[in-house]
Structures are given as C-alpha cells and as structure tokens.
Design a protein around this ligand. Structure first.
Ligand code: NAD
Length: 281
C-alpha cells in the first residue's frame, strides 16, 4: 500500500493550487467590475492567478476594500481605474495606464453595462444613447486600444459579456437588445480579423443572473406590469428561462477563466449561452 508522508500531502496541495492558477502572470482588464458579474469575473480571474484592473462606479472605500481583499486572498495585484466607459478618451487611458503599469494587456473583458426598460414610444433618447455607448461602443473602443499590443505579442483574449438578449428580443428593451445584438456582431468581426494572431474573441450570453442590474429590473417590471415581486421573478424575468433559476455570477466568471486559458485557443467568434435553456426555445 502506498503511504503519503505529511510533507508530501503539503506538496500535493500546493501542486493542486498551482495547477488551478492557469492564468498565472496574465494581465486582465474587466470593465464594470465593481459590482455583479464583472466583480465575479474579476475574482475568478484573480483566483486563476491573473492581475486584474478593476473599473466601474460606486463607493470608493468599498471598492478599495474589495480590491484589497481579493488581491490578498489570491496574491495578485488589483489596481483600480475609474474610466467612464461612455468616454473613448477615458477608455484609451484605462488601456494605456494598464500597459504602463504591467507592460501589456492579455485579457480584456468588456462587461460594463446598464439597462433601461420602456416601450419604444416612451424610450428616452438619452437612455438609448447611453446604453449604446456603454454596452456596445465601449467594447469597440477598448478592443481597438488593446489589439495592437496583443497582435505584437501574438496572444490575446477578448471576452464580451453580451446576453441572451444578444440572440433574442424582449419587449421594452429596445436599446439593450440592439446593443447586445451589436456586441455579437463586433465579437465575430474581432475574431475574424485576429484569427491568425493568437487572439480569440468570444461572447458570453447570460440569461438572468442575480445582480444589482436585475434587482432594479424587478422593481421596474413590477411597476410596468402592476404585479408583485415573486410574480415578476417567475412569470416575467424567468418566464423564458426554463430552469427557473437565476445563474450565479461566479458561473460567468468560471467560463471567462476557461475562455482566457490555453485550452480555449480554438474557440473564437463564438457566443456561449449560460441561460438555463432560454435560447433553446
Ligand atoms: P451591475 O449593475 O451589477 O454592474 C454593472 C457594472 O458596470 C458596475 O460595475 C457599474 O459601475 C459599471 N458601469 C456602469 N456604467 C459604467 C460606465 N459608464 N463606465 C464604467 N463602468 C460602468 O450589472 P450586471 O448585472 O453585473 O451586468 C454586467 C454585464 O452583464 C452587463 O453588460 C449586462 O448587460 C450583462 N448581463 C447581465 C445579466 C444579468 O442577468 N445580470 C444578464 C445578461 C447580461
């Protein structure tokens, strides 16, 4: 019978930890990573060993505390950059600052996003413009900034957080659905333009994930339909989601880690659904 000495047990544990750090030393930017899906993606990338630039709005002290906690837990750097993703010059500065600090950007996760729910006739033009700018144009501007360095180094991973609404529509979400369909188009073009250069571009299409963005929609939909919270969750938000469960943000993070790794080098131009069967309809 083989016996394992206590010191070998320690060895096995540290090998397992190292084996799970598949992104060790990689440099990532996750836009909109102070909350929800972005924060979970940031945390999963950090767990896999990547240094990750945090971006997004919110309480500065809370963000700094979250960044410190994640950095210490996974022994990586988590600097913060406050670029407003609706402003191309600030996006350029986000990428330039990251390159100046770490020498490169290996992984870009375009995640920042907002929502507004209203029928088309009542949809405020400024909300349309803001949603298109933050949910779609920001991914173009950030991709444009990171590609030259990725091409020089022959490695890059661009992961666009789209939505089931990149594949299908829902009433009252004209700007969001248009923007997310646009993200899938941008993903395909990025993949085609970079396919021979060690770069992949893919979109993750979540169904409903429990985050502050969804919490706001529960309130808005309750008012729009004049019904209660439980009914909104089951019959409105999850009406099309066959498993009747919100996904966890960490599930999106786990897929992002896989797409960022070596094993996913042949996956490009794809949209990967994490939607409990929604788009199987
Ligand atoms: P969230 O509201 O929890 O987080 C959004 C993040 O984007 C925050 O960090 C916020 O500060 C940031 N942000 C907003 N405007 C910004 C700006 N102008 N500049 C920089 N950062 C900005 O939302 P979430 O649910 O985590 O959504 C994240 C992404 O996932 C979005 O693109 C959303 O469309 C997509 N998504 C979410 C769901 C869901 O069910 N939650 C489903 C499908 C897709």
């Amino acid at each position: 019978m083989n016996t394992i000495a206590p010191e070998d047990l320690g060895q096995e544990a540290s090998s397992a930890t190292l084996a799970s750090r598949t992104l060790s030393g990689r440099i990532a930017i996750v836009t909109g990573s102070t909350s929800g899906i972005g924060l979970a993606v940031l945390e999963e990338l950090a767990k896999a060993g990547a240094h990750v630039v945090m971006n997004g709005f919110g309480d500065a002290a809370e963000q700094a505390a979250a960044a410190r906690r994640i950095a210490a837990m996974h022994d990586v750097d988590i600097p913060y950059h406050g670029a407003d993703m609706s402003r191309p010059a600030e996006i350029a500065d986000l990428v330039a600052t990251t390159e100046a600090r770490f020498g490169r950007v290996d992984i870009l996760v375009n995640n920042a996003g907002i929502q507004h729910v209203a029928p088309i006739e009542a949809f405020p033009a400024e909300k349309w413009d803001a949603i298109l700018a933050i949910n779609l144009s920001s991914a173009f501007h950030a991709t444009q900034q990171v590609l030259p360095g990725m091409k020089r180094r022959g490695f890059g991973r661009i992961i666009n957080i789209a939505s089931a609404h990149g594949l299908v529509g829902s009433p009252f979400k004209a700007a969001y659905v248009a923007a997310k369909h646009g993200v899938l188009g941008l993903t395909k073009v990025t993949a085609l333009e970079t396919a021979e250069q060690g770069i992949t571009a893919n979109a993750i299409c979540p169904g409903y994930v429990w985050t502050p963005l969804v919490e706001k929609q529960i309130t808005a939909q309750a008012i729009a339909h004049n019904i209660g919270r439980a009914e909104v969750i089951r019959n409105v938000l999850l009406a099309q989601q066959p498993n009747k469960q919100f996904a966890e943000a960490s599930e999106i993070g786990a897929l992002a880690v896989f797409l960022a790794g070596e094993a996913a080098r042949s996956i490009t131009g794809a949209s990967l659904s994490v939607d409990g069967g929604w788009t199987a309809h």
